[in-house]
Design a protein around this ligand. Structure first.
Ligand SMILES: *Cc1c(COP(=O)(O)O)cnc(C)c1O
Length: 412
């Protein structure tokens, strides 16, 4: 394992990587830990070109950059290895000549969260836990439940009762113990923290657990490899707790440290207008809790757990943040579906909605190479998909009625 230490991002205190406590002893919840690596060792013992011959297409092909040892027990679900598509017609529609979409909805449980949950399950197995737990707006939950089920671990999942039915169905089918809380994500989170502490379960809660960002960063490692070890100009993605954004930054940071890519792309973090605490904190320097007022449930996080790492990621990458309305999100959902054949959930397409706005405002230039990370599958939340679309015309089973409909659709 190439991990050297865990370092508190507040006070800088360093810890041995094998410690049980996942936050800093001095700073508590404010003291999120960063996983540090021996980059000289990685650069010496690994060669980016040798990766081409590695048959494993999952996230574990980047084990040199992860807090795991060869031979560790891991989730057997095939996480990662998602496609990167060039999206020419979508690019034309938003005003970009070189636009790409990374479809994270094709992960085993349908979202980028699988990358973090697979790593959490590997750590839990190695540390001898038999129960894993988290509070989640939906995807962290379903990915944890799925990856735990694959290895015979029990999972206990706390979700706000507003979580979309598709995500809750996933939990139930994966055999999780589901606690559906009539409250906000914030309240759900607080309830889970107490229970997890008292019962000694493995804690997969966002940001509290420094290893989750390490799992999420594999999306960046994969992107860089898919681009032939070049960094795009921009990577756009949606932001809830901030761990995904921090993970994308960390992935490119690692690659720069070992000399595999020459720079970090500018990161465009996108929040919903109705819930934008990190966006506001970037502008004002102060984090204020926000209402959770958006249909993009996966980024409806009023009190984000990872604002510091996310804001650092935006600043250090010379990136930026924008907000989008629910209408912008529904528009992006339709546009993505029509031009690429990819169906995203609201938070999944919010990155695209934000990129579109950033192109319109001139922040992103039309000739720049931009990537949208489409973070979650639209089939998880068909209520939103249905809202974005026009319902089909219903007709009786008769040819004349059919003629009428086809005529109206321009197919007469
Ligand atoms: C969790 C999630 C996000 C945001 O990730 P954070 O780490 O919470 O910022 C975006 N999109 C989808 C689909 C998600 O599930």
């Amino acid at each position: 394992m190439n991990v050297t230490e865990l370092r508190c991002i507040k006070c800088g205190r360093r810890y041995h990587p094998d410690r049980g406590n996942l936050v800093c002893d001095d700073c508590g919840r404010q003291g999120l830990l960063e996983v540090e690596y021996d980059y000289r060792n990685i650069a010496r013992n690994h060669d980016r070109d040798a990766l081409a011959a590695v048959g494993d297409r999952t996230m574990w092909r980047y084990a040199a950059f992860l807090p795991v040892t060869p031979g560790d027990r891991r989730s057997g679900l095939l996480v990662g290895g998602t496609p990167l598509y060039r999206a020419q017609r979508l690019g034309q529609a938003v005003g970009l000549t070189d636009l790409w979409v990374k479809d994270e909805g094709l992960n085993p449980t349908g979202s980028l969260k699988d990358r973090a949950s697979a790593l959490a399950v590997a750590r839990a197995l190695e540390s001898g836990y038999n129960t894993v737990a988290c509070a989640s707006t939906g995807n962290a939950a379903s990915s944890l439940a799925g990856n735990a089920a694959n290895r015979g671990l029990r999972s206990v999942i706390f979700v706000p009762s507003r979580a979309p039915a598709g995500k809750v169905a996933q939990l139930l089918i994966y055999g999780a113990t589901v606690i559906s809380v009539d409250g906000t994500y914030e309240q759900t989170f607080a309830l889970s923290e107490t229970a997890i502490e008292e019962r000694g379960w493995y804690n997969r809660n966002a940001a509290i657990n420094p290893y989750l960002v390490e799992g999420k960063k594999t999306v960046a490692l994969e992107l860089a490899e898919q681009f032939g070890w070049k960094a795009p100009d921009w990577v756009a993605l949606s932001v809830g707790d901030g761990c995904t954004l921090a993970g994308v930054y960390k992935g490119f940071y690692d690659l720069v440290q070992v000399g595999w890519v020459d720079r970090i792309p500018r990161l465009l973090g996108v929040q919903a207008e109705g819930c934008a605490p990190i966006y506001r904190a970037l502008a004002t320097g102060r984090l204020e809790p926000a209402p959770e007022n958006t249909l993009a449930d996966s980024i409806a996080v009023g009190k984000p757990r990872n604002p510091d790492k996310a804001i650092q990621a935006v600043k250090n990458s010379q990136g930026s943040m924008v907000t989008v309305s629910d209408e912008d999100i529904l528009d992006a959902m339709r546009l993505l579906g029509r031009t690429t054949g990819i169906f995203g959930e609201p938070a999944g397409v919010a990155g695209l909605a934000g990129l579109r706005k950033a192109v319109a405002s001139g922040l992103v230039g039309s000739g720049e190479l931009a990537v949208v990370i489409m973070t979650g599958n639209g089939l998880k939340d068909i209520a939103s998909g249905t809202r974005a679309a026009t319902p089909p015309v219903r007709i009786p089973p008769d040819p004349e009625a059919l003629e009428g409909v086809l005529g109206a659709a321009g197919l007469g």
